[in-house]
Unconditional design. Structure first.
Length: 447
């Protein structure tokens, strides 16, 4: 019960009201959705609100909240694990959540199913047990089951076709009493191959909730909580200047408040406040997280916006509110962007494949989580054969080597894959510096 009390003490019942209403409108219809937001805006909070905050559930669902059961599943905890472990983790979180919500009859039944099916150590038997548990909860206990897949992007490299096939099977059994909320940094369509999504695509397509930067009720409540905890006051002017710099970004605002409440030096202006915050390691870490979230082409886009240079329109950056009215929405992020740009000019950053971590990096930036599995295999192959001119047959054989045959892979499929990868790693995909076409011969990668 501690996590319930913790969340209820830190956030009011009207936190993220509009976004939660939209998510629940999909869940009530028996549909799934994507919840997309930049790092630090509180995707995880929304998942935890629904799973653990009774006051918020009552605010949105009234007395019917007892008919809905939300299961928080943090995929960062199993990001390098195979499908069997993922299904076991999902099943275990389902069982534990019933115990936490004091659904004792349901807990005892599902716990028994879990232990019996796990004892065989067989993926199909375990999944059948999960189906039986969902069937029981949906049809006998009359519960609407909603899985909240937090930080799902961390599991993308491990995904197989079977993952979404399994979700489809669970949905087919429970019908309109089964939903999934994918909490993710970018649309699944950009991160997962279309063929892999096919089985479950119809249940979430067109249902996307983009998170605005600020949760005004939640952030003001949190500031007051921190002031009470430290028995110090920031003052109205300081809070106003702080929110002006962070635009109410949840993580940046919280870390800034904590730094200021621990500060003993006098800060007399917004400029002094900005200078102070940019020197703080925790603030630098949060800003670095935002910077690493952006692709190279998006780096160029935000830099050009700051310098008032022409740039390619980026609907995604507007969707996640990094760009608002053709400006960077978080003023504190602006000097950090310019500093990063200066560093990039001074240092040549090469693409490198790290065998020990199975990650692709550009300088210190890990870009693996931004790539689909096919894009990852293509870029890995190109990096390992940098400066060589590779013909199309070589590339197709390498990228599609795990398929039964490469005979059905067309030049158009390869062209589309190269086009998507250029959009993610090139500063200007129309004038590629790294993935170069050598007319009549093939592709050459320049690191």
């Amino acid at each position: 019960m501690e996590i319930h009390q913790h969340l209820e003490s830190l956030y009011p019942a009207d936190s993220r009201f509009e976004e939660i209403e939209k998510i629940l409108s999909f869940v009530k219809e028996g549909n799934s959705c994507q919840m997309i937001g930049m790092p630090g805006v509180g995707r995880g909070n929304i998942c935890k609100f629904l799973a653990y905050n009774r006051n918020i559930r009552i605010k949105h669902l009234g007395n019917s909240q007892t008919s809905y059961h939300f299961i928080f599943v943090n995929f960062a905890e199993i990001k390098n694990r195979p499908l069997f472990d993922a299904m076991k983790f999902i099943f275990l979180e389902l069982v534990s959540s019933l115990h936490e919500r004091l659904f004792e009859d349901a807990f005892e039944k599902t716990d028994k199913i879990f232990k019996e099916s796990l004892s065989y150590q067989d993926e199909l038997v375990l999944f059948q047990g999960l189906k039986d548990a969902i069937d029981y909860l949906a049809h006998e206990k009359n519960l609407t089951i909603c899985f909240l897949f937090e930080r799902f992007e961390t599991y993308i490299p491990q995904l197989t076709d079977d993952f979404f096939t399994h979700l489809r099977s669970l949905r087919d059994h429970a019908k309109y009493k089964f939903s999934v909320v994918f909490s993710i940094t970018r649309p699944l369509e950009e991160l997962v191959e279309p063929t892999m999504l096919a089985d479950f695509y119809e249940f979430f397509v067109g249902r996307t909730v983009y998170l605005p930067i600020e949760d005004s009720p939640g952030i003001h409540f949190r500031i007051t909580y921190l002031e009470k905890l430290t028995k110090k006051s920031l003052g109205e002017t300081c809070i106003k200047d702080l929110l002006s710099l962070t635009s109410g970004h949840g993580k940046l605002t919280r870390l800034s408040c904590e730094a200021l409440l621990a500060n003993t030096k006098e800060i007399t202006s917004q400029q002094d406040l900005q200078t102070y915050l940019l020197k703080e390691k925790t603030i630098q870490g949060a800003l670095t997280e935002l910077w690493e979230f952006l692709t190279p082409s998006e780096h160029e886009c935000v830099e050009n916006i700051i310098l008032k240079k022409p740039c390619t329109f980026s609907p995604f950056l507007e969707s996640v509110y990094i760009i608002v009215n053709n400006k960077i929405s978080i003023p504190l992020f602006v000097p950090f962007i310019l500093k990063q740009t200066e560093n990039q000019i001074q240092e040549t950053e090469h693409f490198v494949y790290d065998e020990t971590t199975n990650a692709i990096k550009k300088g210190a930036l890990n870009i693996s989580e931004q790539l689909t599995s096919s894009e990852f295999r293509l870029l890995k192959f190109l990096i390992q054969n940098a400066e060589k001119v590779l013909d199309r047959e070589q590339i197709i054989t390498s990228v599609w080597k795990n398929t039964a045959t490469t005979e059905g892979v067309t030049d158009q499929a390869l062209d589309q894959l190269i086009f998507r990868l250029r959009k993610k790693i090139e500063e200007n995909p129309n004038i590629p510096l790294h993935i170069q076409t050598v007319k009549g011969r093939g592709i050459r990668f320049v690191s």
